[in-house]
Design a protein. Structure first.
Ligand code: ADP
Length: 424
């Protein structure tokens, strides 16, 4: 297999977002959880997104993990590697964007790397090197109060210069709007001045295509899903990728179906209420979950009794008042962790009972379930709702399996039925 595009994402949800974006552009895409083992069998794909949790760890560790991922991707023929970062450039002066970029650039022998977190469609724009989040510069946006990496400077040339050993230059909008050749010339000029990276402006969606076309000629780029979109379009346009028609096809998955909800978001509460009309729903007792593993066992037994007649839903979800009351009784972290682990126990019990189509509501809940089921990766399929695709497990110990992993507020009011309708 020769990958047209390799990606290294510095967090899981960003990786899913990128994998979904690439799929929508016609690239057959697998998202892996961590650096895959060498014996992972992949279907024929155009792109692999390796998901790391390297955004907020120590820089040296982030560099080591990213280099492992790069080695794996290059080993599968990836000529271009996109280091996927957050579209709000989440980082500190200690890293990790600069140190990872420096290391990957040294590894692939690239002179200069294009860098942009811009994604105009989601209101992330870059002008004269300054990142805007909606109407305001980054340092006036809610990111100024981020608990891990407060962003106090909107000028990305300065931000990246503080993190990187490379000199950082700017390719501004005036140059970009003159086209790909003007960008190439400017990059050569900056490289000639000894610069190793260039922040590139992007304000309108078509800007991403110009950037993607130039970036694809290099070995490495750094950006968010917007740059992924630009690269994907460039790969399709140049004929390096033949766009897959629709979602990745695959063998039908016949097994039993179940839904789990650990999200307490408004949208999820409404989706659970609507599901009550079409399937049996079990509401877990959160106090009993915190007390021990009996409640999870009870839930699996409840499901096993009903599941041969059709899908079931098991939910821990509760109203904000109930959540606050539980947290005050047990502590926020302890309550959250206990419920996530119970959901993972239930998911394991359900797959042991033959469930092969599993829908999970809740970001952290999904993470706990995927870790427990030891699923190494997913082939991204059809979209159930914006940002929520059907996922086909790749290399899972339980064989063929379809999943839908939804974070809090995603999906329409009938999400659970919508998902089941597409998962077969
Ligand atoms: P979302 O995507 O909506 O943020 P998550 O799964 O990421 O959902 O987060 C929900 C958190 O709330 C998890 O840690 C989960 O274990 C916890 N949780 C679930 N049900 C309850 C409940 N009844 N009371 C308190 N916390 C809960």
């Amino acid at each position: 297999m020769t990958l047209a595009l390799g990606c290294i994402a510095d967090d899981y949800t960003g990786a899913s977002d990128l994998a979904n974006t690439l799929t929508r552009q016609g690239l057959r895409t697998v998202q892996t959880i961590g650096v895959p083992s060498d014996d992972l069998k992949l279907p024929e794909v155009d792109a692999v997104v390796v998901s790391l949790k390297s955004r907020s760890i120590e820089a040296g560790e982030a560099v080591a993990k990213s280099r492992d991922a790069e080695k794996w991707l290059r080993g599968r023929g990836a000529r271009h590697v996109l280091f996927k970062i957050c579209s709000t450039f989440d980082s500190t002066d200690a890293g990790n964007i600069g140190p990872v970029m420096d290391a990957l650039r040294a590894d692939c022998g690239e002179k200069i790397v294009l860098v942009t977190p811009a994604f105009p469609e989601t209101a992330r724009t870059v002008y004269q090197g300054n990142l805007f989040v909606g109407l305001v510069p980054l340092n006036e946006s809610p990111l100024k109060d981020h608990p891990l990496n407060p962003m106090h400077d909107s000028n990305l040339v300065r931000v990246l210069s503080r993190q990187s050993k490379a000199g950082v230059g700017l390719v501004n909008l005036a140059t970009l709007t003159r086209g790909a050749d003007a960008v190439r010339t400017r990059l050569a000029e900056l490289a000639g001045q000894g610069m190793g990276a260039a922040i590139i402006d992007a304000v309108f969606d078509p800007d991403l295509e110009t950037i993607g076309a130039v970036a694809a000629e290099h070995r490495l780029s750094v950006g968010a899903s917007g740059l992924g979109l630009g690269l994907a379009r460039a790969l399709v346009k140049s004929g390096k990728v033949k766009p897959a028609s629709g979602a990745a096809a695959g063998r039908a998955v016949e097994g039993l179906a179940a839904c789990l909800a650990g999200s307490c978001s408004q949208a999820t509460l409404q989706q659970i209420a609507n599901a009550e009309a079409v399937m049996p729903v079990l509401h877990l007792d959160p106090d009993r979950i915190v007390a021990g593993t009996e409640e999870a066992r009870r839930a699996v037994a409840w499901a096993v009794e009903r599941i041969r007649s059709g899908p079931v839903l098991i939910a821990s979800s509760a109203t904000p008042e109930e959540v606050a009351a539980l947290q005050s009784r047990h502590g926020r972290a302890k309550a959250g962790h206990a419920i996530e682990q119970a959901m993972a126990d239930i998911a394991e019990g359900l797959t042991n009972a033959g469930v092969r189509r599993l829908i999970v509501a809740g970001g952290e809940t999904s993470g706990a379930v995927v870790d427990r089921l030891r699923i190494p990766g997913f082939l991204v399929g059809e979209e159930i709702a914006a940002g929520v695709p059907v996922l086909r497990a790749v290399g899972a110990k339980d064989g063929e399996m379809l999943l839908a992993l939804k974070s809090g507020n995603f999906g329409g009011p009938q999400f659970f039925s919508d998902a089941l309708g597409l998962m077969h």
